[in-house]
Design a protein around this ligand. Sequence first.
Ligand code: ADP
Ligand code: GLC
Length: 484
Amino acid sequence: MKKILFASSEAVPFIKTGGLADVVGSLPKNFDHKKYDVRVILPKYACMDEKFSKSLKTVASFYTELGWRKQYAGVLGAKADGIQYYFIDNEFYFAGNHPYGEIYQDIEKFAFFSKAVLDALEFIDFLPDVIHCNDWQTGLIPVFLEKFYRGRENYSKIRTVFSIHNIRFQGRWKIPEVKDVTGLPEDVFTAEGIESYGESNYLKGGIVYADAVTTVSKSYAMEIMTPEGGEGLDGVLRRYSFKLFGILNGLDYDVYHPGKDPYITAKFSVKNAAAKKRRNKENLQKISGLPKERDTFLIGMVSRMSDQKGFDLVACILDEFLSRENVQFVVLGTGEERYENMFRYFSDKYPDKMSVYIGYSEDRAHLIYAGADAFLMPSLFEPCGLSQLISLRYGTVPIVRETGGLKDTVEPYNKFTQEGCGFSFANYNAHEMADAMRMAKELYETEKNRWQDLVLRGMKQNFSWKSSVKEYERLYESICQLTE
Ligand code: ADP
Ligand code: GLC
């Protein structure tokens, strides 16, 4: 039995700000549990929903050395969906009403988390064969392991995987301060180590020191090795390309299941999608304050409001599109104020066509996935993207830009062969996006049967974890052989 420990800054159901939480909350369940004992370790944030924090049980406590500091670390435990979760507790570091704060605070917070994870292993009696780290917040785990723990018997054989969910966020900060916080030796702060453009860079630490690096789609794995997509780290990634793998994310098919979803108005399957989606659409229009128009093309968006998600393209064409087209938009999201305000402005200007809810809402998200006709995701870049996968499963036709995981998962509609399950455009250009939206709308309005076939083809796609989990299992096996 191999022991795998996932270290992450978020995981469903405990704490979520984006797709990382969906991935860490579902991938571990999908391993072959006869061969793999998979557990997860997270920070215990003060902002975690009380219904979870109240149920945690104390497992251990100790002190973690962080440079000259000695900091208290508690370990709490809980089971969810058959998976053992651990939480590192420290009320000072994990205070506040959001998992992430100012970068200078997060730098020390996640250095502490990474160090405490390694210290915790001896106290929780779970010495993993592989620690699977996720994003920059856990990038120092492979570095600390190499520099401070390798000599200890219990740690000598531990291997590490580092998964990049988004290369834009790197955890960069001034070298003297990171030296002080981590106590790591000089050689770590060089170009061979975590130094990058004169700063220290946690994500680079993960790339350099882990035994294998993965990212969440094959296209994104290629893109991050180019100057356009590498956010300054393309050179490092090309250098380590021998240990870089693209493994596509899956979706939790138990949670995102239109036949079982407790949030949606009318549950459905491929057999009754047309009629039931109509009811879901009606209810979505009702709660969104839009006229109940059965045949008006309704486009949904559920997203972090960041430039990553292509909102600059939306901003460019929205006024013209809303003024000219008979269309409805239902938008849910929160993030940068300029985008939130743009949607507020257009929902005031076109109250019968645009409805926006600024905030985070799990139930509204599901209502949009189930009730919209199409889902717009024109990302500037997209490592994998889960929203388009959820849309496909709920019979909502994705309109996407051909980048990263969107390119790998949404096969464009071909009107000659009647293949494909969405609409896409190649360049980061607002008019190309508007053309794709118009093509989708035209098919919806003029060729109902073909549209319905397109919907069903999307619903029948399979983006469960089944094949990706095998790729992770093979990867774990291969890096574990490195020790033998
Ligand atoms: P990213 O992780 O880059 O934000 P993904 O598409 O991988 O993008 O995952 C986003 C996840 O977060 C999806 O499950 C999506 O439904 C959810 N989500 C994003 N914004 C909101 C919101 N405002 N309310 C509810 N869920 C949201
Ligand atoms: C990141 C990416 C998104 C991906 C998610 C989970 O947040 O932006 O594309 O789906 O991580 O891997």
